[in-house]
Ligand binder design. Structure first.
Ligand code: MN
Length: 194
């Protein structure tokens, strides 16, 4: 596993920290089992799914956001690793900057890796390398099993899929029912207006 300074190079290169309120780099102080989903109202609205692994936030952009319905597989496109501090970032990135637009923490909480029965010792990092990760999320909104399954390594395309468990729900649309931040209670529009 590459060290976090190395994997955060791309994150740093894309941003002008004199102009964006986003964090520069992680302190690495937090526990290694956090997930966060940030609703990012950029040129294209999307949800950024991030998972703390070995001192960085592994990151995917999910255009349609997560679903509680196991039948709705959501495309998740790999993006650059983010610093751990980013997990608590909310704010407005200036329009002309990379990722310009508002960001809220739509959901966050702990996660547990659920390795498959035939590979009980496998780490999350190893599962990610293998392109098949089973997680148990303990967010405020998202709970229960989720799978991240790689479809196309070259394009960095994965699917985010709700497992069939007691937290699955085929009716409830969490994205429209609960659009607000779990940290501040704000919506993206609130964030834009101050
Ligand atoms: Mn984003």
């Amino acid at each position: 596993m590459a060290d976090s300074r190395q994997t955060l190079a791309e994150y740093g290169k894309k941003r002008d920290f004199r102009a964006t309120p986003e964090p520069k780099s992680g302190s690495g102080a937090k526990t290694d089992t956090t997930f966060v989903i940030q609703k990012h109202d950029a040129s294209q609205l999307h949800y950024d799914f991030r998972l703390s692994v070995d001192g960085v936030l592994k990151s995917w952009s999910v255009p349609k956001g997560p679903s509680l319905n196991p039948g709705e597989k959501r495309l998740a496109i790999e993006t650059e690793d983010h610093p751990l501090d980013y997990a608590e970032f909310e704010g407005a990135i200036p329009e002309e900057q990379y990722g310009g637009g508002t960001v809220i923490v739509w959901d966050t909480g702990g996660y547990q890796h659920q390795p498959s029965d035939d590979k009980p010792e496998q780490s999350v990092a190893e599962a990610l390398d293998g392109g098949d990760v089973r997680l148990w999320l303990e967010g405020e909104k998202l709970k229960g099993g989720f799978a991240l399954v790689r479809m196309n390594e070259k394009k960095g395309e994965w699917l985010l899929i709700k497992a069939k468990d007691e937290h699955a729900n085929r009716q409830r649309n969490l994205l429209s029912a609960e659009p607000q931040s779990v940290l501040s209670g704000k919506t993206n529009d609130d964030m834009e207006n101050g």
